[in-house]
Design a protein around this ligand. Structure first.
Ligand code: SAH
Length: 344
């Protein structure tokens, strides 16, 4: 059985043309029914011939995950655990920004990147999410929002999206497709810990999608300790690929920088950071760290976070402090899942 949610329009066209001897417009018809009209019953797809509807019934399905547990914050943030068909759970978050509803999507069950501060990596990668499972996270979110819709996507949940590159790209194409979710490319952001070869590939996708890079330290000495990936792709290589991305994709890049008390939040760190990003079309998102009970890292004091922003600004760096959501519900990224696991 093929799950229709697994295919971008182009991929579905290829499948229908090559395997079923259909014309490419069949795929457009199906997309219109399932995404624009929300119809999942093949017998209602009236502009598709009876014969092909029978084939659809026999060979295709529209299966999506379910919501296992949901928490709502007083600020409107909704976190839920998406239950996949093999009972794995991943975290999905809806954040109500003033400019739209942002969905934070998980791309893997667990993660192998092993960043020292991150809760997601505590659970080693079990497997990649299939495209249809990420589409499922989005469909479930839209159902929860009822009359409102998700307007922005950030692939910043559990997992390293560039370690699941092809599935994530198909998902993004479905998000972006005018015959599906029609979310503007500029409203879609993928965040990576720094897989250099994939950054180069992403630059050439020909879409106006955004790239965020988790930096978190401005010297190899510090970054090696915080992020295992830095031993494979040190800062020199990461920065070279980033510059190439900015040039080839003709896009600004975002650097994410978690502020960890006494680890990377001094004036010296701010200077090193400013030096590192000098000359790159970038801005820096300063992230107040969400403490995780499984490690010792502490969040920088609020005054230090503002001070750090000030240092950067004075050094001519574009930076902002990321708005926090849902601080009254399982604050840290990855903690909702961890909480359920404890009770298992
Ligand atoms: N693997 C990707 C995307 C997932 S994490 C990446 O590394 O970019 C999304 C962002 O949240 C990353 O910048 C990550 O470093 C950050 N993050 C992880 N744990 C966090 C925590 N406890 N508090 C705040 N941010 C965290």
């Amino acid at each position: 059985m093929y799950n229709l949610y697994n295919y971008s329009l182009k991929q579905l066209q290829d499948l229908l043309v090559n395997k079923y001897n259909q014309k490419p417009f069949r795929a457009t018809q199906i997309f219109t029914w399932i995404y624009l009209k929300g119809v999942s019953d093949f017998s209602l797809m009236s502009d598709i011939s009876k014969d092909f509807r029978d084939i659809l019934k026999k060979d295709f399905c529209l299966v999506k995950p379910t919501i296992f547990k949901k928490e709502e914050s007083s600020d409107g943030t909704i976190k839920f655990l998406t239950k996949l068909s093999d009972d794995n759970l991943v975290e999905t978050v809806i954040m109500p920004y003033n400019y739209g509803n942002v969905l934070c999507v998980s791309s893997q069950v667990g993660c192998n990147m092993g960043c020292a501060f991150c809760a997601s990596g505590l659970l080693k990668k079990k497997r990649n999410l299939e495209t249809h499972e990420m589409v499922g996270e989005l469909l479930l979110a839209n159902e929860l929002l009822k009359d409102k819709k998700i307007t922005h996507i950030v692939v910043m949940g559990t997992g390293e999206p560039f370690d699941n590159y092809d599935n994530v790209m198909s998902f993004i194409r479905i998000c972006n497709d005018p015959k599906a979710f029609e979310i503007g490319a500029r409203h879609i952001t993928v965040s990576t810990c720094g897989l250099v070869d994939k950054i180069r590939q992403y630059a050439k996708e020909g879409l106006q999608i955004n790239l965020a890079i988790s930096l978190h330290a401005a010297t190899d000495e510090k970054r090696n300790k915080l992020m295992k990936i830095n031993q494979r792709y040190p800062l020199k290589e990461l920065m070279a690929a980033t510059k190439e991305y900015v040039q080839v994709a003709d896009r600004r890049v975002t650097f994410e920088y978690i502020l960890l008390k006494d680890i990377n939040d001094t004036e010296e760190d701010a200077k090193a950071l400013a030096k590192l990003v000098k000359g790159i079309l970038a801005y820096i998102n300063l992230i107040p760290y969400n403490e995780v009970k499984e490690n010792e890292f502490k969040r920088s004091d609020k005054s230090r976070v503002h001070q750090f922003l000030d240092w950067l600004t004075k050094l001519g760096v574009h930076a902002q402090i990321r708005k926090e959501f849902g601080s009254d519900i399982s604050a840290a990224c990855g903690q909702l899942r961890a909480k359920v696991k404890d009770n298992e």
